[in-house]
Design a protein around this ligand. Sequence first.
Ligand SMILES: Cc1ncc(COP(=O)(O)O)c(C=O)c1O
Length: 399
Amino acid sequence: MSLLRRTHRKFTSVTTPDQAAVTTHTLVTPSPESLGFEETSVKKVHRPIYLDMQATTPLDPRVLDAMLPYLTQQYGNPHSRTHAYGWEAEKAVEKARAHVAELIGADPKEIIFTSGATESNNISVKDLNTFAESIRPDTSLVSIMTVNNEIGVTQPVEEIGRICRSKKIFFHTDAAQAVGKIPMDVNKMNIDLMSISGHKVYGPKGIGALYVRRKPRVRLEALQSGGGQERGLRSGTVPTPLVVGLGEACRIAKEEMQYDSMRVKKLSLRLIDGIMSRVQHIVRNGDPNANYPGCVNLSFAYIEGESLLMALKDIALSSGSACTSASLEPSYVLRALGTEDDMAHSSIRFGIGRFTTEQEIDFVVERVVQHVDKLREMSPLWEMVQEGIDLKSIQWSQH
Ligand SMILES: Cc1ncc(COP(=O)(O)O)c(C=O)c1O
């Protein structure tokens, strides 16, 4: 408990709004230590630098502080209406609901707590499809990811929303990678349904939310039956500590999004410039203009992405979405963009977040440059490129 208290004290001294304004100006990088993370022990045991923020984000210590009471003394069931344990839990759940709603410009009544973005996507897409087909044959659903989890590309959700609304088509967006990172407003963007994940915004895993528009009303059918909690859409006892964690994560995100986004952008440029200025034949996958800078996907020509990942063992990275990392297939996202298979196989995703530091970025740049050079030196293809041979002109014999 003493560690947590110390953590909290340290943190508030860093993040009071005035301080944040000062640091915003001077762009002082808050160290994980100053934010309450055990940087010293991380360094002591030489844990890899974490650059996989699209897979999941670390829990913000302030979020843990907010959750703790509901994991210990205040353990009531938020649906218990007959005693104080239930009332205090319900109050906490409703406060969290308001924080989630505020972050996306929604009414708290439009927020349904789920286990995460996957479940929110399922409730939206599966049921709405059935609904649209059975009730209104002329209606269909548009579902897009606001920020792509592999290459960070952002979609013009506002325009898509406008088109959908004008054609009376429901618009769902999976905003797991967007909420808390870029401004989202369900009314401005005409979003009817939106999936949110706790663990992508420095909140806990196993909790998320579904935004369901009330005007014009979107009617959904529940996937599971039971006690009828969450307006009948998601039966099962609402997990108060997790919900409180999600609420606090959203509250912090709303307050600090601008600051976080400026830091992440600066670190992202530092990473890209650092690598690109020293290594040739790199392609940044995605759209250079429409992207979330915290997701940097680079293809290193003449190198196998998996080999580079293995060489960079002191950095926790991924070659793309955690969902597809088990297969050796190149990313379908890169393929859809027309990326050649060899370049798709050479891609690595760098996920930068709230707790990433400049020193970490500099370390990553050094390591990447060093290992790309080393791997290329071992590559016969690279040797041929150095000799001025156009690899595309080669007729490889097939046996
Ligand atoms: C865009 C997107 N949607 C959904 C998910 C799954 O979210 P959850 O783990 O909350 O179910 C992820 C990441 O895992 C994601 O990146």
